[in-house]
Design a protein around this ligand. Structure first.
Ligand SMILES: C[S@@+](CC[C@H](N)C(=O)[O-])C[C@H]1O[C@@H](n2cnc3c(N)ncnc32)[C@H](O)[C@@H]1O
Length: 280
């Protein structure tokens, strides 16, 4: 049998190939990989499953690593990294190659998916948190926080709550990498008005098309826009929906503790916009 230490020198692409293989078979090159939940559960959390979900993950994982290195804080084996809103542990599977298991942390408000992660064998320390709770970490203890497709769902009060927790638990120089909904998301919702739709997701958004049209000027003036669409079990509309937060909001509110290091709004690269912040 192999251990994860035998795989640490692989390139990110080579590791991705093994992760894809692990969707089909649990042991790959003698290493036991974490298992995957059923396709429907994967898709419920990330909109796709197996190789497709991993490809989307690879893009952001590579982007994050390049930006962390550029910011002078490259990911290393002794880092402490938090995957905030980990879902079924897509990103913890990637970081398993780079960071010692004792440095891997994942939290989610969904107790069922946290229990699922544990039973699948996701590496690292997994904890359930409350939507407006406290992170179970000491002040200035984290080198990295990743939040992929999480702040895209948080209303302003919940966003501000976690912003303050991130300010508390990050070390100077720490990197926070997240996705945010760009302006084109509001345009997309506005464009759903009066259309015949089939997807339940689109129908849920269509209820807000008039609101999206009305809020475009407010967004352009720097206002946070929240559509209270809700997200099923453990994610009612008071804590979870669709959030469109302008970059100026980050520059005004995450400062002075954080500075914006990178902001990529390019649908050819990422479906949502990618944002990298660094703790001063
Ligand atoms: C769209 S999924 C993305 C999952 C994962 N980040 C990924 O990309 O594979 C959003 C996740 O964030 C979690 N979540 C929502 N609100 C949260 C909060 N306030 N704190 C932590 N997790 C939250 C949800 O339960 C869900 O697992």
């Amino acid at each position: 049998m192999s251990t994860i230490d035998d795989f640490r020198k692989l390139s990110d692409k080579e590791w991705f190939d093994l992760l894809v293989e692990s969707t089909r078979t649990e042991t790959v090159h003698g290493l036991r990989f974490p298992r995957f939940p059923a396709n429907e559960i994967q898709a419920q959390f990330v909109g796709s499953s197996n190789e497709h979900a991993l490809i989307e993950g690879l893009r952001f994982y590579e982007f994050f690593k390049a930006e962390a290195a550029r910011a002078g804080n490259p990911l290393h084996a002794g880092a402490r990294i938090l995957d905030f809103g980990t879902g079924w542990g897509r990103y913890l599977r990637y970081f398993w190659k780079d960071v010692a298991e004792s440095g891997l942390h994942g939290v989610d408000i969904d107790p069922v998916i946290i229990e699922t992660c544990r039973s699948l064998g996701i590496p690292g320390n997994l904890e359930q948190i409350e939507p407006l709770g406290r992170l179970p970490y000491a002040d200035a203890s984290m080198d990295v926080i990743l939040a992929y497709s999480v702040f895209t769902h948080l209303p302003e009060n919940v966003h501000r709550h976690w912003m303050n927790e991130f300010k508390r638990v990050t070390r100077p120089g720490a990197i926070v990498a997240m996705t945010i909904e760009p302006r084109r998301f509001l345009e997309f919702v506005a464009g759903l008005k009066d259309q015949q739709l089939e997807s339940a997701w689109h129908i849920g958004l269509q209820r807000f098309s008039d609101y999206a049209i009305a809020m475009l000027p407010a967004y352009d003036a720097g206002q946070f826009v929240y559509l209270p669409t809700g997200g099923g079990d453990f994610r009612d509309a008071t804590v979870y929906g669709d959030a469109v937060c302008p970059i100026s909001f980050f520059e005004a509110n995450w400062a002075p503790e954080f500075t914006v290091r990178a902001h990529v709004d390019d649908p050819a690269r990422f479906w949502q916009a990618a944002l990298v912040l660094q703790k001063v």
